[in-house]
Write a protein that binds this ligand. Sequence first.
Ligand SMILES: [Zn+2]
Length: 399
Amino acid sequence: MRHKVITACMATIFTIVGCSGDSETTFSGADSSVFLIVETLAADEMGGRDNLSPGSLLAQSFLYEELAKIAQPIFPAAQGIEGYLQHYDVGTNFLAVVPGGELADEYVMIGAHYDGHGSDDVCEGKTAEDDICNGASDNAAGVAAVIDIVRSIVADGVPRRSIIVTLWDGEEDGLVGSQYYVENPVIPLGKMIAYVNFDIQGANLLPSLRNYTVLVGAETGGANLIEASDQARESSSLDTVMLSLIFGQGRSDHAVLARSGVPAVFFTDANNGCYHTVKDDIDAVDFPKLEQQIRTANALIRRLVVTDDVPVFDDEAPLSVYEDAEELLPIVEAAQSDIGRFPPEAQVTAEQFLVDLQAIVDAGPEAFDTAAVGTVLVGASFLVATLRTLECDPFLADG
Ligand SMILES: [Zn+2]
């Protein structure tokens, strides 16, 4: 039934701006669950949400349906959905505001990219039956996390600080939407106390790593953001590994905000074999895991909304610190039990990385020198690159 509704909407999309003129009839009208948000954004009807595509317009209409109920337009003078859209030459950011109370002029920015690769050249594994990269874990799941968290905060009343919701377009084309925003901020960046980014959520990497997820970049907000992030990870049953900004490899929109002087935290599962393939569908998303990730992020964001210990941007933090090695050790250790899934050469490298990492941790923080930083960074990026080459098997069945 839902698909029929979307199809009907698609038929009129070229005549009704954004397909949202009759907002109550376009989509269901009721709050969508996290599952339904992911399902809708990752449906074939959205075509993989490539920027400037009809599917992207459909996605914007759906975001409008979900967010207009809980957040204000960032351009209050504009009509309907246009109040939420920041157009630039090759895409459209979806932006919304939840006005705060006591500290209304301070903002917590919460975002995720809603665009995907659609059926473009980057999209891998296209067949006659399926030629759409639906981007379910990357990044319908991230968008669902944002909406769910904002909804839960709004349900508790007026937040102490304001919240700006930033759903970026053009991330997959090189962080284009967020870059446009920092060059054309609707609300000055200096009013943002922090940015929390979601990209690739509900994804599994190896059977041994199902309970792991990653939080990157807390040091960009100094001791206060590190402490708040550390506390927040107690809120879920997952092992949330905290790593310095550089481990995010500049690959999502958090990097743009961090470069612009906004303390930025990035929640991610890194990439598995389904990444940027036609198999990143709804059934590739581990929803119990996503729910736990939302708990962690919800705790962090709620704290940022009320805290007196605000993050203070730190652009002098070292690239990597001893704690990165400590945080990585358990995950690299755990991964060894699945090393048989790696190609033979990669098995040797992965085993050596564990030996080196153990030695670095054993040597203690005083010995954490430039060479150690290099070993940790090279080893981590090797693992991420290797995981990407494995077969898409989101639930990591044996065999
Ligand atoms: Zn992504």
